[in-house]
Design a protein around this ligand. Sequence first.
Ligand SMILES: NC(=O)c1ccc[n+]([C@@H]2O[C@H](COP(=O)([O-])OP(=O)(O)OC[C@H]3O[C@@H](n4cnc5c(N)ncnc54)[C@H](OP(=O)(O)O)[C@@H]3O)[C@@H](O)[C@H]2O)c1
Length: 315
Amino acid sequence: VRRSGQSGTILFYSEASDPSWPTELQKAFPTFAVRTRPEDTDPTDVVAAIVWKYPAGMLQQFANLRLIQVLGAGVDHLWSDPCLPKHVPIARLVDPGLTARMTEYVLLHSLALHRRLPELRSAQCKNTWRYLHPRPPADTCVGIMGLGVLGRSCAAALAGIGFNAIGWSRSRKSNMAVQTYIGAADLDEFKRRADIIVLLLPLTSATENLIDSHFLAGVRDGAALINVGRGALIVENALIAALDAGRLRHAVLDVFRTEPLPAEHAFWSHPKITITPHNSSATNPATALGQIVENIRRATAGEKLLHPVDPLIGY
Ligand SMILES: NC(=O)c1ccc[n+]([C@@H]2O[C@H](COP(=O)([O-])OP(=O)(O)OC[C@H]3O[C@@H](n4cnc5c(N)ncnc54)[C@H](OP(=O)(O)O)[C@@H]3O)[C@@H](O)[C@H]2O)c1
């Protein structure tokens, strides 16, 4: 039974999101049934799936699905589902609350690295008075890899407090306040300039393992790294080798190949690594709900989605 635009089931599936989502969705869609478990639906009634890290194969049973709405900015977990229905349009979220929290995180850790907080902390642990002269942010070049919604916001905020910010992306940018570098041809020059490299790239076949030993051999001596993109952008052994060799002075990691990061993982106790548990930012129902409401309306009316994802390029 193909449902009309005003009824059907919305499946909300996420194991790690704000618990108010299903209630907020039900309030926004009084004529739809909002369900959180596929087994509580009649599969032919499901018209929209709002998902974050669902079990592979879950979506293929919904013959009348018109929208896959990912509940976050990154969509890479979809590509590991071999049964992802190829004909159903996919959208991601662009959430001003998520962008604001991410921008705070990147500012926080860029300032901490610029003011050498890790080195001061390590001196304190040895009861050592290690005077490190404070320098203006203009002396530090922060290079942002990925100039999408998040990277652009971070670049503007970093430049706004005086950092020398630069960016790198796949396609040419216009109207950027910071200097930009494009694609593989510019990567060496970008790396040579950045004192702090911020990873805000999506995980795709082109970006997976991009931060490998070859990449790290070409960074500035004593550069620092902040990874808020995805864990698999980085080759873990290459990162540890670069930190141990002093090629990199510190890494701030929010995302990992395996999450939660296993207790025995070498990153936990490395003196030059700061770990946060993938909490740099998160989607917030208050700022993201309107966009989902609009996308369900558009999908059921057959209109073009907000923030569509291109499965061919992977983001
Ligand atoms: N840690 C967290 O809690 C958290 C939260 C949200 C998001 N994230 C991560 O952050 C990523 C970025 O989010 P966003 O909303 O800013 O994404 P976005 O708007 O899609 O921007 C992605 C940027 O990466 C660039 N890019 C993609 N592939 C590239 C390649 N092969 N070479 C060079 N540049 C490439 C794109 O270039 P073009 O501009 O040329 O297209 C674009 O500038 C997400 O995909 C997700 O993995 C993490």
